[in-house]
Design a protein around this ligand. Structure first.
Ligand code: SF4
Length: 302
């Protein structure tokens, strides 16, 4: 019996017990993404329940003190509510968790509907991490994200009603140099509408060919054809400044919690927004040489 770990997890789940319900991504079409192929998981599948149960028991043997659990890979709820309920039930037989978190896609939750989400919440699902990426419809269509602002608003309101925390990722650079202001503005407006619990900032990483020979992410093609111009490091900071400036001081934790970010600011938007914005502006006022050193030091990665 060997334990199978999710391909990736959010940085905030470093202490959690990690459970793999599905493998890879059931969508796998976002133009900017190549994460699962890049990490050796190009295909999607739902793991057999017995395998998942074995992993839950193994985890319980090795780490009986686990307080929080995280479910992967990209969209475990795509396994269906019945499967998820059995997984959550087995988790609760073995642990007494204070939180059970999952990655998910807005479109999957939209298909499930509020009743099934309520059932999952009652069974213990308490936080969901999803890629919002952008609030701009044109960017979402171009990047083939498979979601739109209306769907995001609906799902976010269901999650609030079901008492499931919402943690969203925003991807700086997703509009390229062509559309960065629209990207920052529309994303801020959508976030102001949905008021998530967490806003996690990431920076676009254009996936190269994977070690197993899988091709680079489709966006590379648009870049080489001149249809998309990658955001500059300084432009990325200007996006961050505009986004933060337009966000309402809501009860949400804003964080750049990935090493790929040039600035690692974080804080509560309702109490720390001014300070965070000041941090960005102080950086922008540094001499060019110092700013460039930061950009070079940070580099690019996943
Ligand atoms: S961004 Fe998320 S939904 Fe899109 S292909 Fe990548 S893992 Fe799948």
């Amino acid at each position: 019996m060997s334990y199978e770990s999710p391909t990736i997890r959010p940085p905030s789940e470093w202490r959690s017990g990690l459970l793999r319900v599905t493998r890879g991504c059931n969508w796998n079409r976002c133009r900017f993404c190549g994460i699962y192929p890049h990490l050796g998981q190009p295909d999607y599948s739902i793991r057999p329940l017995e395998e998942i149960f074995d992993d839950i028991r193994l985890l319980a043997e090795k780490r009986p003190d686990i307080e929080t659990l995280f479910l992967g890979d990209a969209d475990p709820l795509s396994a269906g509510t019945k499967t998820m309920l059995r997984v959550l039930d087995e988790v609760k037989k073995q642990f007494d968790p204070t939180r059970i978190t999952s990655y998910a896609r807005f479109s999957t939750l939209y298909k499930l509907g509020i009743v099934e989400l309520g059932t999952l919440a009652k069974a213990g699902l308490s936080r969901i991490h999803m890629g919002l990426e952008s609030g701009d419809e044109k960017i979402l269509i171009f990047q083939r994200k498979g979601q739109n602002a209306k769907m995001v608003r609906t799902v976010a309101s269901w999650l609030k009603e079901c008492d499931i925390e919402l943690s969203v990722y925003v991807l700086l650079g997703l509009g390229g140099q062509e559309r960065w202001q629209k990207h920052a503005r529309e994303t801020a407006l959508l976030l102001n509408d949905i008021q998530p619990d967490y806003i996690r900032i990431r920076r676009l990483f254009v996936y190269p060919a994977a070690p197993d020979g899988s091709p680079p992410c489709p966006l590379s093609r648009e870049i080489s054809d001149g249809l998309f111009t990658e955001q500059s490091p300084e432009g990325t900071i200007l996006e961050l400044e505009m986004l933060l400036d337009l966000l309402e001081p809501m009860n949400a934790f804003f964080t750049c919690d990935h090493s790929n970010n040039y600035l690692n600011i974080s804080g509560q938007l309702d109490t720390d927004k001014t300070e965070m914005l000041q941090e960005v502006r102080t950086f922008l006022s540094l001499p060019e040489k110092q700013r460039n050193q930061r950009y070079q030091r940070t580099g690019s990665g996943i």
